[in-house]
Design a protein around this ligand. Structure first.
Ligand code: HEM
Length: 142
């Protein structure tokens, strides 16, 4: 009847960010991912060494920390969290690197392993990988 109170609004769906475990969950994935990149870059026939070696051999720990923080902010923002990415655009960040589709694929393997190792399962796993994959054209061939 018209005097009934309005129904309560439906609760907001949980963001991907919160389902990943907020800043702690995202940070763990990023830390695992960077460890995977470092490990891959030390293998023979590494696909990531070419691009990451300048950073990894710079002896500049702050530069690694900046990349870590930028990745946490970027993922934290893209997944609906309150974090704000303050780094370069994806095209600017990768300009001059001439990253290939093959290299992008190996980067994706390192990222996927980080999700698996941290117990991130579907649907969250696929949702985050879809976000990463959507950036391919801004990263490859710049
Ligand atoms: C969608 C995938 C990717 C994302 C989201 C991403 C994200 C980022 C971010 C946020 C930065 C830092 C930007 C800044 O300093 O302001 C960065 C830099 C960099 N990225 Fe990527 N990246 C992606 C793919 C790749 C791939 C495929 C490679 C190499 C195979 C790569 C290699 C690098 C390198 C070497 C740097 C520079 C780090 C430094 O020297 O400080 N990235 N990336």
């Amino acid at each position: 009847k018209s005097s009934d109170p309005a129904p309560a609004p439906a609760p907001a769906p949980a963001t991907l960010y919160s389902r990943l475990g907020n800043v702690d969950g995202v940070s763990k994935v990023v830390d695992s991912f960077l460890a995977n990149v470092i490990a891959e870059s030390q293998t023979s026939n590494s696909s990531l060494k070419r691009t990451f070696n300048p950073l990894l051999t710079s002896g500049n720990a702050q530069r690694v920390t900046l990349l870590r923080d930028n990745l946490i902010d970027q993922i934290g923002q893209a997944t609906g969290g309150p974090l704000v990415y303050k780094g370069l655009t994806m095209t600017a960040a990768h300009k001059g690197m001439a990253i290939t589709t093959q290299e992008f694929g190996v980067f994706g393997v390192a990222f996927t392993k980080a999700l698996t190792d941290n117990g991130v399962k579907d649907p969250e796993k696929t949702e985050l990988l879809t976000i990463i994959t959507s950036l391919q054209s801004q990263v490859v061939g710049q």
